[in-house]
Design a protein around this ligand. Sequence first.
Ligand SMILES: Cc1cc2nc3c(=O)[nH]c(=O)nc-3n(C[C@H](O)[C@H](O)[C@H](O)COP(=O)(O)OP(=O)(O)OC[C@H]3O[C@@H](n4cnc5c(N)ncnc54)[C@H](O)[C@@H]3O)c2cc1C
Length: 534
Amino acid sequence: MTRVYDVVVVGGGHNGLVASAYLAARGLEVLVLERRPLVGGASVTEEPWPGYKVSTAAYVISLLRPEVERELELKRHGLIVYPQDPPYFQPYPDGRYLMIWNDPAKTRTEIAKFSSRDAEVYEEYERTLNRLAEFVEPLLMLTPPNPTSSRIRDLLGLLRTARLARGLKKDLFGEIEVLVGSAKDFLDSWFESEELKALLCGQAVIGTFAGPRTPGTAYVLFHHVMGQVDGMRGCWGVVRGGMGQVSECIAAAARERGALIRCDAAVERILVKDGRAQGVVLRGGEEIRARVVVSNADAKVTFLSLLDAKRELPADFVRGVERFRQSGSSVKVNYALSELPDFTALSGSKPGPQHAGTIDICPSLDYMERAYDQAKYGRWSSEPFIEAVIPTVYDDSIAPIGRHILSAFCQFGPYDLKQGGWDSEKEKFGDRVTEILTRHAPNFRNAVLHRQVLSPLDLERQFGLTHGNIFQGDMTLDQLFFMRPVPGWADYRTPVRGLYLCGACTHPGGGVMGAPGHNAAREILRDFRSGRLR
Ligand SMILES: Cc1cc2nc3c(=O)[nH]c(=O)nc-3n(C[C@H](O)[C@H](O)[C@H](O)COP(=O)(O)OP(=O)(O)OC[C@H]3O[C@@H](n4cnc5c(N)ncnc54)[C@H](O)[C@@H]3O)c2cc1C
């Protein structure tokens, strides 16, 4: 007799693994099917060169929900995170630099180099963001209510959201500014120093096809400061063993709870009969039956590739999926180095604070805007924004002794280039990144032992991210909360009964967070309990 699983999860990204762990914990028979030879999706550690364990895509952690970390006992499964201190270092080729520390007094002294007024208000800025984070955080673990529905569950959800908003009192108005405004307007309202604004602005465009003057970028900035490491809000950390270790720990938790995980198992089609998911067909023809199918793939892959959209989905839903923006904007350049960069601004090639923080190359908001302007018209930025992290400063397990890894996350690289294709352009982009880093640290070029450039096209091919969008969908206001991924379909359910989404294309979106997987599992369990799936 054919085995029928309770749940088949399409994709072993970290969210698919989180969902599988919560579902298996309730005694359901769960099978995860991952197309790649390893689990983790965009949160993986790979070995592009012998002896170097590289976080090829995601490179730092902060957003992972503490409840997921605690409930899945990820520390027991081996998760070790080194908080970055200092969090940021922004060098200039002329010898100036700005460092942000975890110690407020040291940060104040640093900012005062550029503006004593900004040094005074910076702590209030952080306090305000923290208050807003206290409002938004409970929303992350909430299933977005549908404001057009009169179901009890949606009405209660709306009431809960309104209650949280009321708790903000006058901060509510600030929250609205954050949600709808541009990063530039938001930062201008706080600070006068171009150096500080430029440093903070990086977080506003990461993974987003937008410049600092684009409305909605203030929210992206906020999304990136909402996390924490070891209770330190806004802090980012380096994972021992690379970002794949996060996924491996979640996979271990899922297996411990009874989930089965199969790699090299690409799903070609989701089986649907009479409007109800029945299982999947793998590349090669193997059929696997299940009562529920949960897709960790992005919305376009799930609905436009794995289903026969015309036959199995309502036309207006298909239009919603087609309209859901997934603009590629990022290029990842990974390096193996023979020595640490020796910055003109803060000399030394022994590990120092200049190597421990996230190194931002973004001298001004106009620099960032110009980088975006080029991308807007279909060219990669000749002077890109670069955010670099050197995990080997913390972790001695990922490279040969004395060698280093540097992850350079760069913007902007539009998926669609006006001239040429990414396969011929990407090494030119990589050369440009090497040149800019060498401008700041003259020994950089000669220290490069290996280089890997992942264009938006590579991110699509390698990680299955449509157009290389790192969040499985732009994180703009029109695509958040009850609008993500399709208005009216933000509760992880889909028009096909028994088919759910659990990836970053759902609320609350991208980042190694685990929240979409957690929330999707809760809704699926609710449907099992209510008999909706019989
Ligand atoms: C270059 C880059 C840098 C980033 N940096 C950071 C960072 O530093 N910190 C951070 O928090 N976030 C970062 N992100 C974002 C973050 O990594 C993602 O938002 C997050 O990993 C999404 O997780 P997910 O599980 O929802 O989906 P994914 O990671 O996209 O996983 C989906 C999985 O489904 C699989 N799949 C797809 N189709 C099929 C199929 N047909 N059959 C079987 N399997 C299938 C894929 O192979 C993949 O494993 C970055 C992303 C990228 C790409």
